[in-house]
Design a protein around this ligand. Sequence first.
Ligand SMILES: NC(=O)c1ccc[n+]([C@@H]2O[C@H](COP(=O)([O-])OP(=O)(O)OC[C@H]3O[C@@H](n4cnc5c(N)ncnc54)[C@H](O)[C@@H]3O)[C@@H](O)[C@H]2O)c1
Length: 300
Amino acid sequence: MSGICAGRVAIVTGAGRGLGRTHALELARQGAHVVVNDLGGATDGTGSDAGAARLVVDEIVAAGGKAVANTDDVADWQGAKRLVDQAIGEFGGLDVLVNNAGILRDQTIASMTEENWDAVIRVHLRGTAGPTHFAAEYWRARAKDSGRPLRARLINTTSASGIYGNFGQSNYGAAKAGIAAFTLIAATELGRYGVTANAVAPAAFTRLTEAVMPVDYAAGLGPEQVSPLVAWLASTESDTVTGRVFDVGGGRIGVAEAWRLGPEVTKQDLWDAADLGRVIPDLVAKAAPNVDMSGRPAAG
Ligand SMILES: NC(=O)c1ccc[n+]([C@@H]2O[C@H](COP(=O)([O-])OP(=O)(O)OC[C@H]3O[C@@H](n4cnc5c(N)ncnc54)[C@H](O)[C@@H]3O)[C@@H](O)[C@H]2O)c1
């Protein structure tokens, strides 16, 4: 198939449903050969079903595209290796890794169980780090062999919860903030091989958000509206864009700006804690306010 990703080989994790599915379909429509990964579990990460990945592969093939299924758990280090090896084995290489798989186990910090903390951190952070590690190892070797930049792509999935903060999602938000930081670091490390690294913070009506999204709001937020940006980032057209986080949903695409140093005060000798009451409130008043879940300055 022709398109801006013609002939590129892409892995999409968690591509059996929701955003991953529409990313895989759009990448294939744009000409990519896609490894559709999905463990097929419930929203809390329990269970598995090989049918989820298979159905999306069938959809892609029926539309004239190329795809294969993978049902590994992305948070399993050896599973991540098998996934990357499968792309190279089946399609002869790897150009694009989209880390998208995710689960939710919302609880307030006071109620949080160790199991719910670990499960969410594991799927999001290990599930991003493992596939990226094996892809990066492959890309490093390829760049050394070929002696020229690869034009490969890492596209991670963060969340408004991680970059702006959301009540009741300390496990998920901490993992997603970690993924945003991981993306910036990956951009600095992989740039030398010609690999860009960016992240999307999507808003879409999927089974993960159906319980929390008001129906009228959800109507304008199809997961397929996020996928054109993912396909563009996956293409060779996005060479100059790296280390960025995009806040994307409905028809809107925004750039989320990173933590940056705001107003500062310096003293040559040791600060006296008792004096800081005359310093810190003024400093905070001069700083840009924190934002709400829309990414815009919080009211009041
Ligand atoms: N929907 C939104 O508005 C929204 C907002 C912010 C971030 N996100 C993120 O986008 C991503 C996709 O979410 P979605 O809304 O499409 O949810 P979804 O539940 O529809 O899809 C997630 C998919 O990931 C798969 N998965 C889970 N754990 C896996 C594992 N260990 N290995 C392989 N596959 C696994 C699931 O089986 C599922 O098919 C997630 O990372 C989510 O946190 C979604």
